[in-house]
Design a protein around this ligand. Structure first.
Ligand code: ATP
Ligand code: MG
Length: 787
């Protein structure tokens, strides 16, 4: 690790001062003060759209321009990876290449990087696995079963929730048992907790919570390591500070303790993660933590019209618990907020679609100017249906992400096993995937043996001969281990790429072959997805010279759904309000404004819950720059039943001076199946019988996936031909040399005989057995390579 040493050249100092001064030009007075504020703790609590994120970005650029710090001595923590990437990009534009060396990311990603470096000090190896919430839940479930309890009664999710809550508060298993047991469920959680932690360690694995809690353990146990990082991260800057939890708060405080160069920005009115342990008092107590902290207010909003701000203000002032803040704008007065009233959820989605059409036609907006925000993920479904049928491009942020799909999780589990064979959850996930005839009984024997001997299941394989009596199962276990060992060996060979290792692994385990053999529409889609994952590995390998499987797995395990949002897509954005934090759009629709939906049915209907919901509504409103729409339906299908809905209490709290209700929606039932309405002059028709069967969008969130699924992507056709080997996507024109074997969905296997043209016009002459010679446009032929 480098020590703090500035690489400043005195001759550059005048030009760097000029550069620093130039940065201040794009800021108002208080923003400028914050950006150029010297060393020491700095707090900015300010309303939405007042430039908090901009101030952090410029402050980093300013520190660099002034040569006060090397880029690697600056640590910026953001709420999503995407926000970090954007900030880095802006800084790059402001001051150039050094931005690439900044430490920027979420708490999880930065802390996991530190933990990789220091793993051995905590008894892990640097190739530790990261358990996602599924892995954690499976591990908890196994422990519950081993304790002789029924997971249908003692829900693994409830137990994990309690353990996770404790970890985020930095409560140890022992402390939990001593002080936090208030119910029989707590009692069980108290018993599971230490076993779960031991299992994680044995598996050389950390769960998401460990990524936040282990750094503080590391720093407490190794003050010299803490000091190294304190010296390293001379400047610490945190965005969205109101949503930090105790574990994050503590590590940030430890890191900043030596130099106190800590800048935090946030807005108490936008604290929306208390259900995940976020603690609003972290921002409120900043001044008592750092008595010499400076506080600079930001009061000018640059984002929204006066009407939108007035609307937001009328909502948030209903909350009792909030700091007083001023927010004003020089922006236009703007149009009032439009309230759309609909019959049911389909009517609502149709009206929103009609509005989108109107806005594009009459006001010149484009799809990517617009966002539809809702309270819960499942609300997206109807919008997807309606937008798809109307041919309006959309991008769904959240929902089932690419990396959550079963086949992708399986392959990732295989890869995790290559990197870390002690990874128990990965091993148990793939040991019979595809089926290897290792029965439950044999597996149970093996697991019990491992537990008794206190060795890992992987180590127990060595002794399968003594433990597993069933011959075929024993042989399968050995064969499985041999494949993993072989691929692990291959991985250490510098000549072999990660892609090759992965291909070899998939071939030897027969994982992809099973899909080809099954030859159904679904299985072939799964195969496509696996190929897409291989593309992602190839891209990772290309992008990073130091790429290894470990870094790839780390990156994707910390990939969050919101990271897939791409503002440049020519598409309407569909996302939850939580996911929209920090973002802005010219046009925003806040939909489903009904009681028990937004605000969501309070856990116990307590006012505190409504305050958080109200903050969430405030976040939704303040995403809008120019045009804001509220919408609710009088009836909605929930849990399979049609239910009458009451309009949200929030609609009654809004200042009526800034809202206009759009009436004129006439509803006429048509044959009991559909209805047609006229909304704002634009006719919307629908027939529910036309609703597609599979309404769930297959969203491709892979970084390698260019088209955002579902939008204009044609549905894959069930192929007529089949091939029982492994095929690969075309990576470059070079793959299509004469003599190469290819696979075509209709004609099956063929050989390239000739090639002409290039780019989108490239044509191939391919000879297919039984079909003869065909001339195909590569762009349309959907060929796969057979190697
Ligand atoms: N001085 C300024 N001049 C021009 N535009 C500005 C200025 N300050 C901020 N903006 C713009 O205003 C918008 C809001 O800024 P920013 O996102 O930084 O606000 P924020 O306080 O972080 O908002 P939120 O609370 O929603 O996170 C951005 O588009 C930003 O570029
Ligand atoms: Mg912000």
């Amino acid at each position: 690790m480098r020590t703090f040493k500035l690489e400043a050249d005195p001759s550059e100092s005048t030009s760097s001062q000029t550069q620093a001064q130039a940065l201040l030009k794009g800021l108002n007075e208080n923003q400028g003060r914050a950006v150029s504020y010297g060393d020491g703790p700095l707090l900015i609590i300010a309303g939405a759209g007042s430039g908090k994120t901009r101030v952090l970005t410029y402050r980093i650029a300013y520190l660099l321009a002034q040569k006060k710090a090397n880029p690697w001595n600056i640590l910026a923590l953001t709420f999503t990876n995407k926000a970090a990437a954007e900030m880095r990009e802006r800084i790059q534009k402001l001051i150039g290449p050094p931005a690439s060396k900044l430490w920027m990311g979420t708490f999880h990603s930065i802390f996991s990087r530190i933990l990789r470096i220091e793993a051995e000090k905590l008894g892990f190896t640097s190739s530790f696995s990261i358990y996602d919430s599924d892995d954690s839940e499976r591990s908890v479930k196994a422990i519950i079963k081993e304790m002789g309890l029924d997971p249908r009664e003692v829900k693994p999710r409830d137990i994990r929730f309690r353990i996770s809550g404790a970890k985020n508060q930095l409560v140890s298993p022992h402390e939990f048992q001593e002080k936090f047991v208030r119910s029989s469920m707590d009692d069980i959680a108290g018993q599971v907790f230490p076993i779960y932690q031991t299992r994680l360690r044995q598996s050389n694995a950390m769960d998401f919570d460990d990524l936040l809690t282990l750094p503080s353990e590391l720093f407490e146990q190794h003050p010299e390591v803490l000091e190294k990082y304190q010296d390293y991260f001379r400047y610490l800057l945190i965005d969205e500070y109101q949503d930090t939890n105790h574990a994050q708060y503590k590590v940030a405080k430890m890191l900043a303790a030596k130099y106190e160069n800590i800048t935090v920005v946030g807005d108490d009115a936008q604290s929306i993660y208390s259900f995940r342990g976020a603690d609003i008092s972290n921002i409120l107590n900043f001044k008592s933590d750092y008595p010499n902290a400076a506080q600079i207010p930001l009061e000018q909003n640059y984002r929204s019209t006066q009407a939108i701000l007035k609307c937001a203000d009328s909502i948030i002032k209903q909350n009792k618990h909030q700091l007083d803040k001023t927010l004003w704008t020089q922006n236009d007065k703007g149009d009032p907020v439009t309230l759309l009233e609909s019959f049911d959820e389909y009517d609502e989605a149709n009206r929103v679609a009609g509005k989108l059409h109107e806005l594009k036609l009459k006001r010149g907006y484009t799809n990517n100017d617009c966002a539809i925000l809702y309270r819960t993920n499942y609300q997206s479904r109807v919008y997807e249906d309606v937008l798809r049928r109307k041919g309006i491009n959309y991008q769904l942020v959240g929902g089932i992400s690419f990396y959550q799909r079963k086949e992708i999780k399986d392959v990732i589990a295989y890869l995790r096993l290559l990197v870390n064979p002690n990874d128990e959850e990965a091993l148990l996930r793939v040991i019979n995937e595809p089926s290897r005839g290792i029965g439950d009984k044999s597996l149970q024997n093996l697991v019990q043996f491992a537990r008794k001997q206190q060795v890992t299941i992987w180590d127990a394989f060595e002794q399968a001969d003594q433990v597993v009596s069933h011959g075929p199962a024993r042989r399968s276990m050995k064969a499985f281990k041999a494949v993993i060992d072989e691929c692990r060996d291959l991985m250490t060979d510098d000549e072999t790429s990660l892609v090759d290792v992965t291909r070899k692994l998939l071939e030897s385990t027969g994982y992809v072959k099973q899909f080809v053999e099954e030859n159904t529409h679904e299985s072939l889609t799964r195969r496509e997805n696996v190929m897409e994952l291989i593309n992602a590995i190839a891209q990772h390998e290309e992008a990073r010279p130091d790429a290894d499987l470990s870094t790839f797995l780390q990156e994707i395990s910390l990939y969050s759904d919101t990271d897939s949002y791409d503002e440049n897509q020519p598409a309407v954005t569909l996302m939850t309000v939580h996911a929209a934090k920090g973002l802005e759009f010219p046009v925003v629709f806040v939909v489903g404004l009904e009681e028990e939906l937004f605000p969501i049915g309070g856990r116990n209907g307590e006012e505190a819950d409504f305050e958080e919901e109200r903050r969430l509504f405030y976040v939704a409103i303040t995403r809008a720059e120019k045009d804001l729409f509220f919408s609710f339906a009088k009836q909605r299908t929930r849990f399979g039943e049609s239910k009458r809905m009451a309009r949200s209490r929030f609609l009654d709290e809004v200042d009526p001076a800034v809202v206009r209700t759009e009436t004129g929606a006439t509803i006429r039932q048509k044959d009991g199946f559909g209805s047609s309405f006229s909304s704002g002059g634009y006719n919307v028709e629908y027939d529910r019988r036309l609703a597609p069967q599979n309404r769930y969008q297959q969203k491709t969130a892979s970084p390698a996936a260019a088209p955002s699924g579902g939008r204009t992507r044609p549905k894959p056709q069930a192929p007529k031909a089949s091939y029982d080997g492994v095929t690969y996507d075309i990576q470059s024109p070079d793959d299509l040399a004469v003599g190469v074997s290819v696979f075509h969905d209709n004609f099956g296997k063929g050989k390239i005989m000739g090639r002409e043209g290039s780019g989108p016009n490239m044509k191939l002459t391919v000879f297919f057995q039984g079909h003869g010679q065909k001339k195909l446009l590569v762009r349309l032929a959907k060929l796969k390579i057979i190697r």
